[in-house]
Design a protein around this ligand. Structure first.
Ligand SMILES: [Cu+2]
Length: 450
């Protein structure tokens, strides 16, 4: 044996040693979700502890340990996804849902992800933002051949850093992402004392173009999408972000649409603590109330939940808080449509004149819709129609919510003297100022907030 052969043999032996830690256990079971409601966080049953994330209207992919390796099984397949009550879309996704399940692990873990392709064409999975070997990067034709229909490929790599990441195909890219193939990939810090939070939410921004009355997205659309979704779900059926008073809260947002989304949250200021590239040092953060999520990017922001109430959280592009609508409708504000209405009704007796006073009436009326469609402006709150759709939800901050409780606490009851009221000529007596005091309580200087 020459020196080179010796080294090669040694490397072979070392590789055998590493392999011995994990055995061939066959494919891990591929968990499937048949439900579009938010599933409870998945607590780790081995390895370093972490506070698991909650994916709104989503779930977390279970794993199994094989030696020192965390093994996951993703199945790329056609799915039926309920975008809202009364609207189901025929999409492509993973393990029964679009968006796919959140993958969650810890910095320093080695992961082995089996990807089975049940689509009618090849696919790949790109691990967006993760640092890994070039051949594991999932760009079809560049990193490795596409995974043919019916086959299973294995991705295996070390998670060398913590943060907020995503996964999606890099194969027939435009089609597969327009059909809903994407998910979040969360890597927790190895040190559980590093920036812990009490609640950690995940939102994937995605979008579809589905004509009213149909089930399948158009895949050639460039920018004129008509359904703006969070985790493939639209308001009024995006679950609320339920938070206990005083909790430290993180919201992680990833964007795989074709445009940016300024995410605005009411009631608080907050700081971006993590970007695509990693954690933001404390000295480099600044307070904000809206953060722009660029295309292909991830941001996580944090706040201390000291202001009780029901606080809107939404994309600030107003067309993104609407559901499917025609985009070529003229502005009829101020137009007197009485004469026109009579003429049209001779031909179309059900014709309803709309828009002369704005479009708020859209939120009130129970107009007959084509099947499998959600209204453009919808949702009812405790004080009337909310007139929203798309990328909108509510952060519900309440006293006395148990650590693991994410169930909807209902609407907030504004204490007397803390709600806007109709002027009737005299000022009412303000009976309570306690909530104002709560609001003015300075945020405690938390040592852990590093
Ligand atoms: Cu938006």
């Amino acid at each position: 044996m020459n020196r080179r052969q010796l080294l090669t043999a040694g490397a072979g032996l070392m590789a055998t040693g590493a392999m011995a830690k994990s055995r061939n256990m066959g494919l891990p079971e591929a968990a499937v979700m048949d439900n579009a409601s938010t599933q409870s966080p998945l607590r780790p049953n081995s390895g370093p502890d972490y506070n698991p994330v909650v994916t709104l209207n989503g779930w977390t992919l279970p794993y199994r340990m094989n030696g020192n390796v965390k093994e996951f099984h993703l199945v790329a397949e056609p799915v039926e996804r309920e975008l809202a009550d009364g609207m189901t879309a025929y999409l492509w996704g993973y393990n029964g849902q679009s968006t796919g399940p959140t993958i969650e692990a810890v910095e320093g873990d080695r992961v082995r992800i089996f990807v089975t392709n049940k689509l009618p064409e090849h696919t790949t999975v790109h691990w967006h933002g993760l640092i890994l070997p070039s051949g594991m990067d999932g760009v079809g034709g560049l990193s490795h051949p596409g995974i043919p229909p019916g086959k299973t490929f294995v991705y295996e790599f070390d998670l060398v850093k913590s943060g907020t990441f995503m996964y999606h195909p890099h194969a027939d890219e435009m089609v597969q992402m327009a059909m809903g193939m994407m998910g979040m990939f969360i890597v927790h810090p190895k040190d559980p004392a590093f920036m812990p939070v009490d609640r950690d939410f995940c939102i994937m921004l995605n979008a579809f173009d589905i004509d009213p009355g149909t089930y399948i997205p158009r895949v050639m659309t460039m920018s004129d999408f008509n359904l703006w979704t969070w985790n493939s779900r639209v308001f009024p059926d995006i679950d609320p972000l339920v938070v206990g008073l005083g909790d430290r809260v993180r919201v992680r947002v990833g964007n795989l649409t074709m445009t940016n989304h300024p995410i605005h949250m009411h009631g608080y200021d907050f700081e971006v603590t993590c970007t695509d590239g990693g954690w933001v040092p404390k000295e480099a953060r600044w307070p904000e109330v809206s953060i722009d999520i660029p295309v292909g990017a991830m941001r996580a922001y944090e706040f201390d939940a000291f202001h009780p109430g029901d606080w809107a959280i939404h994309c600030h592009k107003s067309h993104h808080t609407m559901n499917a609508m025609g985009h070529d409708v003229p502005n009829f504000i101020g137009a007197d449509k009485r004469r026109l209405t009579g003429m049209i009704r001779k031909h179309q007796p059900e014709y309803m004149p709309m828009g002369s006073n704005g479009m708020a009436e859209m939120g009130m009326m129970e107009m007959e819709l084509p099947e499998n469609t959600v209204p453009m402006m919808t949702g009812w709150g405790p004080h009337g129609p909310i007139e929203m759709g798309g990328m909108f939800s509510v952060v519900k901050v309440r006293e006395g919510i148990e650590a693991n409780d994410y169930s909807d606490p209902g609407w907030y009851d504004n204490p007397p003297g803390t709600q806007a009221y109709e002027w009737t000529g005299e000022l009412p007596e303000f009976t309570s100022n306690t909530k104002a005091e709560t609001i003015l309580t300075p945020r405690p200087d938390r040592a852990r907030k590093t």
